[in-house]
Design a protein around this ligand. Sequence first.
Ligand SMILES: [Cu+2]
Length: 239
Amino acid sequence: MSGVLAVGRSVWHVTERTTPLPRSRTRRALALAALIGAAFVAPLAIAAPAAAHSSLVSTTPETDGSVGSPPAEVTLTFSDDLTQPASPGDGTTDVAIYDESCEDAGLIIANPGTADTRDCRDYADGDPVVDGPRVTQAVDTADAPAGTYTVIWRVLYGDGHADSQMFTFTAEQPTSPEVTPTASPTDAPQDPTESAAPSEDSGDDAGLSAPVVIAIVSGIVLLLLVAFIVWMIVRSRRS
Ligand SMILES: [Cu+2]
C-alpha cells in the first residue's frame, strides 16, 4: 500500500515540471480509491469463510418457546438454500417430533448409541418439504398432549455438508378432540384469518436473506471496482 503511495509521490516530484498536474492527481486519486476499496473488501474477505457454511436462523415454533396447542407444522429456516432430497424420504432431510413421554429423545443427538426411541411416537406426518432455505414438516396433531416437544432434524446444506441438531418447544394445551386438522394450503389464502400467519412467515424470511444477498453483491461490485482501479494504475504506470 505504501509502495503505491511512494511511487505516486515520487512520480509527482520527478514529473511535476514536465507532466500536467491533473494526471498525477488522477493517479493519486486512483491509489486512494484502491485503498478505500481494499478497506471495504478486507472485512468481507474475512467474513466470507464464516458465511460459507449455513446455519439455523429460526424455527417455528420458536426454539424453547411455547404455543397454545400442538402446531400443524414445524419449520426450520437456515441462512442459505438447502440441498433438495434426491427423492422424498431418502434420509438426507429428516424431521422427527417427540412428546415428553419419549424420555430418550434428548439423547438422539447427544448420545445416539444410548437413545432408545422404539416406544416413542413420532408426530411427523409424511416427508419434510425443502423449499430454498426452509424445511417444513407437517405434524400429526391427533391426540397430541400438552408438554415439551423435542424436534430432531437433519438437513443437507447447499455445500453438501450434513447437519443434525435438535430443539424443543412447549405446547400449553393438548390438541382438543373436536378440532379437525387445518384446511389444505390451497384453501388458506382465501381465509383471511388463516392467511395472516403464512404471509408473516414469508416476510420474515425475505428480511433475513436480503442482507446476505446485499453483502455478496456489494462485495462482488467492490472487488470489480478494485480490480478496475488496479488495472488503471498498472496501465498508467506503464504509459
Ligand atoms: Cu459446510
